[in-house]
Design a protein around this ligand. Structure first.
Ligand code: 6PG
Length: 243
């Protein structure tokens, strides 16, 4: 399902409301809320709104468990670090227990860190399925999501939940949840804003599927929901029917 908002501000309000609603529902249903956060700039405002009233008090932070969809292997204080952004905008402000916050920390090699993070997830999701209640994702202009980049071998990964990937243009490694792990979620929500995203958004959503070129097309939750929250600029090339 695709929902179009007037601008990033409206989209962010909707995303933050949805986060709070999903969190309450998950805690009511099974006592905890497991979320994987997105990096990039689009979710920044959503995180800010969640850190403020009225939304902050609507999230059951004591029962919330925070993971990441991907991370760059850079020091924790590097501005490119996804966990740093989420800490500054949200996690340092709200009463989420620090032991419930699980950043991907590249202390060892990227390969070892991926194995460690996957082991952490297996310890958390004891059902053997990576059943996040909510996975937030962004969309890159080249069709990547999380750190699933076009043409990389991680796209074929069927079994691992976390993998390392070398991004040549950046000259650094990243860690990412695999599509197999993301697709076990109860709900996956893409946040897409801005006119620059319009061509790729149209290409992701059009019929022809080629996930090697457009990795975001790999995201198809097995039993869960898939929701696109986009702003009008990003949606300008879509032909949408009014509901
Ligand atoms: C990251 C994420 C990436 C991001 C998209 C969209 O950059 O950390 O890995 O998948 O969500 O590139 O980024 P923007 O929100 O900045 O457009």
């Amino acid at each position: 399902m695709i929902r179009v908002y007037a601008n990033l501000e409206a989209l962010s309000h909707a995303a933050a409301e949805l986060f709070a609603a999903e969190a309450r529902q998950a805690v009511q249903a099974h006592g905890r809320f497991a979320v994987a956060l997105a990096g990039g700039s689009t979710p920044r405002r959503t995180y800010q709104l969640l850190s403020q009233e009225p939304l902050c008090e609507r999230v059951p932070w004591q029962n919330t468990h925070v993971f990441w969809g991907d991370e760059r292997c850079v020091p924790a204080d590097d501005p490119r670090n996804n966990a740093r952004m989420a800490h500054h905008t949200l996690l340092d402000i709200v009463p989420v227990p620090s032991e419930h916050v699980h950043p991907m920390i590249c202390n060892s090699s990227p390969q070892e860190t991926a194995v460690e993070y996957e082991a952490l997830l297996h310890g958390f999701f004891t059902s053997g399925r990576s059943q996040f209640d909510l996975v937030l994702l962004g969309l890159g202009e080249n069709g990547h999501t999380a750190s699933l980049f076009p043409g990389t071998s991680v796209l074929k990964e069927q079994h691992r939940w976390v993998a390392e990937v070398y991004v040549a243009e950046e000259g650094l490694h990243r860690l990412t949840l695999t599509a197999a792990a993301i697709n076990q979620a109860a709900l996956v929500v893409f946040l897409v804003s801005g006119s620059d995203k319009a061509p790729i958004l149209r290409n992701v959503l059009k019929e022809a599927q080629d996930p090697r070129i457009i990795p975001a097309q790999l995201i198809k939750p097995v039993d869960g929901g898939l929701l696109w929250l986009v702003d009008r600029d990003a949606a300008r090339l879509l032909r949408l029917r009014k509901e």
